[in-house]
Design a protein around this ligand. Structure first.
Ligand code: PNS
Length: 159
């Protein structure tokens, strides 16, 4: 049984995240989508809201589990008996930070590997913060996030 962890802030989940989830899910027996709670940037959506939106977006994918974690990612992965961390890689701007995190995680626990999946070109410049900015200014976010959570995001920025 090979289990992998896909961590992130998912504030909120985007179509870019969902694409990585679907592609990783076929590679492992179980993919644990892990929402970070002790995040330095204050999230717009609560942990519960972020988890609920991921669950809605991944309905029908049966080897996905959605949960939250705090503390070190490698400790969470080890507790879940997962020896793989999946990360999505977008434009070159992601590389430096992801490289640093992967090396630090490897230093902390050498039995856990970080695997990178290149983003679908359609989503290479898509980010949760961009989605939030567009939504907060009344722009159209269709095609950027799963249809099932469009209304949840619009509701958040209604006022
Ligand atoms: O979606 P994000 O914001 O790129 O996710 C970042 C995340 C959650 C993967 C990263 O902040 C993380 O792993 N946090 C847990 C704390 C940790 O383990 N830090 C040491 C690794 S450098």
């Amino acid at each position: 049984m090979q289990r992998a962890v896909y961590p992130g802030s998912f504030d909120p989940i985007t179509n870019g995240h969902l694409d990585i989830i679907k592609r990783a899910a076929v590679m492992y027996d179980e993919l644990v989508v892990a929402v970070v709670t002790n995040y330095s940037k204050k999230p717009t959506f609560s942990t519960e809201e972020r988890i609920a939106m991921i669950k809605k977006s991944t309905k029908g994918l049966n080897n996905i589990r959605v949960t939250n974690f705090d503390g070190l990612l490698v400790d969470f992965a080890a507790a879940e008996k997962a020896n793989i961390i999946v990360k999505g890689l977008r434009a070159v701007s992601d590389f430096e930070y992801e490289f640093q995190m992967a090396l630090m995680n490897k230093k902390l626990r050498k039995d856990i590997e970080t695997i990178f999946i290149m983003t679908n070109y359609k989503y290479s410049y898509l980010s949760s913060s961009m989605v939030k900015e567009v939504a907060s200014l009344g722009g159209c976010i269709k095609d950027l996030v799963p249809d099932s959570i469009l209304q949840d995001i619009k509701n958040k920025f209604k006022d």
